[in-house]
Structures are given as C-alpha cells and as structure tokens.
Write a protein that binds this ligand. Sequence first.
Ligand code: CDP
Length: 226
Amino acid sequence: MVKNIAIDGPAGAGKSTIARKLARKLGFRYLDSGAMYRAVTWQALKQEIKLDDERTLVSLAEGMEIVFLPPAEDGISPLLVGGQDITKEIRQPIIDQNVSLVAKVKGVREAMVRQQRKMASTGNIVIDGRDIGTRVLPEADLKLYITASLEERSKRRYQEQLFKNPLVNYQEIKNKIIRRDKIDCEREFSPLVKDQDAILIDTSNLPIEEVINKIMQLIKDGEHND
Ligand code: CDP
C-alpha cells in the first residue's frame, strides 16, 4: 500500500496542483514544503534580517512555529505563523525573489526537514518540494520528479500572475525562474536533483488530468507488485 508520496521538481512544473489533486483523490493530506521556506523568508524580511546572516536565519527557523490549517474551500491550507495567517503574503513577488537564498542555508533546511518528517510520520501524505525524495522521505513509497520545459513553466507562471497584475512581463518571469532554479540546483545542501528511484513525468504537453491518471496507474501497478 502506498502511504506516502514524494514529489520534487523545478518551479512552475505543476507539482503543487498535481500534489493537491492527488491527495484529494487518495484521501491523503498534502504538505507544501515550499510554503514553509516561504514563511521563513517572510518572517526574515519582516524582521529585516540580512539574508546572508546565516546564524540569525537559522535561529529564526529553529524557533518558528509553522501551522497548516485543514484546506479551505479553494483546496489551499491556510498557513499560520505566530497565529497570523500569511497564506497570501508568502506568494508575493518579493518572497519569490528571496526564498531560494533562505532555503540554501543548511540550518534552515535542517529545521524545516525536522518539522516535515514529523508531519509525515503518521503517513497518508503527499509532499512536494525540492528534496522530498532525496532527503525528507528517502524511503517514500512513490517518488515522482515532475518537470516541464522552461518555456512551458514560464508561460504557466506568466498566466498565473497576469491574473493578479496585468503589467507583468513574460521575460522577467522567465529570468526569475532561471535564477531560482539555478540557486536551487547548485546549492551545497540538498540541491534539487532527480532521485535515482524517482519516476520522471514531463508535463510540458500533458494536461493535469492525464498526469493524475498516470500517477494513479503507477500506484495501482505498485500495489499489484506488493
Ligand atoms: O511553487 P514553486 O515551484 O514556485 O516554489 P515552492 O515549492 O513554493 O518553493 C519555493 C522555494 O523554496 C524553492 O524555489 C526552493 O528554493 C525552496 N524549497 C526548498 O529548498 N526545498 C523544498 N523542499 C521546497 C522548497
């Protein structure tokens, strides 16, 4: 029986939409690990901590209580820090621009991974991020590496943001994705890589529903082999 699913991949590949839908279909919880790094970044910026001040960032991350509430009607779990709902705040462009700098700090990662493993310990969970199959849940029952072409990923982020801001610029969004992926892939601790056991799914030309069907089939096939 599949009890936990690890999903990794670069920005804009469709991980969170897929993970959320998959969790709903299976009756599992969904943990958005990226939201936790975003929450630390939000708190660091709020406290005007310099993002190269690793010691202060680590003690901030170690002392942070990040709480996810059960999903609201839109399927998104509100995220609270110190009792404050910052679900919207962590999606602001200023967080997109800075989150990778915070997430590359070893002690910040260790603090987040500890919390993530604790949340995953009861099973029946889908987690998405950058190091789930390689570090958070190396023993996951199913590991997926979800990606898409840079053009497609940039196009998706552009469409998403156009909704909030009609003045967004496609090339700027693309450049930001390139920069964030570069930091995530080249960092020293837990860089984004496809785990050797992970199954690669390229969503460039695959509608979400087909991706979900494909994953459900993988789960079924896995159960026959148990
Ligand atoms: O949704 P999107 O792909 O834009 O990113 P996210 O999943 O919200 O993650 C934001 C950032 O957090 C990533 O670019 C990574 O720098 C970091 N992250 C990480 O280092 N490890 C994870 N498990 C999840 C996110």
